[in-house]
Design a protein around this ligand. Structure first.
Ligand code: CAA
Length: 307
């Protein structure tokens, strides 16, 4: 099916979702009228998403691509955008044809952070009571399938944090990473003080968080924040190729592998090793483990059935 037609189908398939419709009707700067707008939008079958684009990429369409698309605000991560990201992630996660998900932005900005204009007049009760920066943001790190952030341009504040929630980060040569919250009188609130330390170490993370200074893609690569750096116009293809490579493997085994690596952040070594061993044992309860080893012995490609 042609790319555009497939995208249209994908978009239409989400039109009837109540949670997404609700997200639609919440504009980035203030709530919009609810029911009438909902009905109108449904009837004219407008694109399902306002702040993101979704596509299936790769030769067999097994890589889900989410493109942040709020260019005038450099992809600032307002609530409505993050709710759309959550919905798209959940849809790709439950789509059996998808093996990996790529999250990207524009050449100028992956995302310039949480929406400062939205936050400007919030008070403590708004944040605490509304659990600001929680459910939809957390969804990025809760996806079972592997996620790849393809970062061109600015990944600042929440943008850097969302990239770090992904499993792998690839950077364009002109990408800039930073946690500049200190400059606007706050601190990172979506994992910056935690994940950055684990990625690049305490001294460098402390320096970035306390100064608000940005680092280049090359520094991010040298410090281990990103896996590799690519010319900006090749970055997305590179990320999709990586997603395709991962998608060749058994989805059930890939999910176990991802869970085990991620648990290295959560568990002490002895518990982590125990968890890994148990999951390794679990792979022997799958057809794909038997198929993978049999294919090796028979000198052929495995035919995984994700079971
Ligand atoms: N929120 C809302 N709007 C933003 C934004 C943000 N985070 N970042 C950029 N924009 C808007 C600008 O206000 C501007 O809008 P207008 O045209 O309406 O004025 C538009 O995007 C273009 O931005 P600039 O004119 O500033 O573009 P530039 O090329 O001169 O600078 C930049 C680019 C260095 C990224 C600069 O925009 C900037 O410093 N942005 C803020 C970065 C930041 O502080 N991020 C952290 C936010 S707090 C956070 O994320 C908390 C958390 O932990 C989740």
């Amino acid at each position: 099916m042609a790319g555009v037609a497939r995208l249209r189908l994908l978009q239409l398939s989400t039109v009837l979702r109540p949670s997404l419709l609700a997200a639609h009707n919440v504009r980035c700067h203030g709530a919009a009228s609810a029911v009438t707008a909902r009905v109108k939008r449904h009837m004219c079958s407008a694109p399902a998403y306002k702040h993101i684009l979704i596509e299936k990429k790769g030769e067999v369409g097994n890589v889900g691509l989410i493109t942040l698309n709020r260019p005038k605000a450099l992809n600032a991560l307002c609530d409505a955008l993050m709710q759309e990201v959550q919905q798209a992630l959940e849809d790709f996660d439950s789509d059996p044809s998808i093996g990996a998900i790529v999250l990207t932005g524009s050449e100028k900005a992956f995302a310039a952070g949480a929406d400062i204009k939205d936050m400007q007049n919030k008070g403590f009760i708004d944040c605490f009571g509304g659990n600001f920066l929680s459910t939809s943001w957390d969804s990025v790190s809760k996806v079972k399938k592997p996620t790849i952030a393809a970062v061109n341009g600015y990944a600042l504040g929440g943008g850097c944090e969302v990239a770090m929630m992904c499993d792998i980060i690839l950077a364009g040569e002109k990408a800039k990473f930073g946690q500049p919250e200190i400059i606007i009188g706050t601190i990172p609130g979506a994992g910056g003080t935690q994940r950055l330390v684990k990625a690049i170490g305490k001294s460098r993370a402390m320096q970035m968080c306390l100064t608000g200074d940005m680092i280049t893609a090359q520094q991010a690569n040298a410090w281990g924040l990103v896996s590799s750096v690519h010319p900006p116009d090749q970055l997305l293809d590179e990320a999709i190729r990586l997603g395709e490579k991962i998608s060749q493997h058994s989805k059930v085994i890939v999910a176990m592998c991802k869970e085990s690596v991620n648990n290295s952040f959560e568990l002490p070594l002895s518990e982590g090793l125990h968890f890994e061993k148990r999951l390794f044992h679990c792979t022997f309860a799958t057809k794909d483990r038997r198929e993978g080893m049999t294919a090796f012995v028979e000198k052929r490609k495995p035919n995984f059935t994700d079971s």
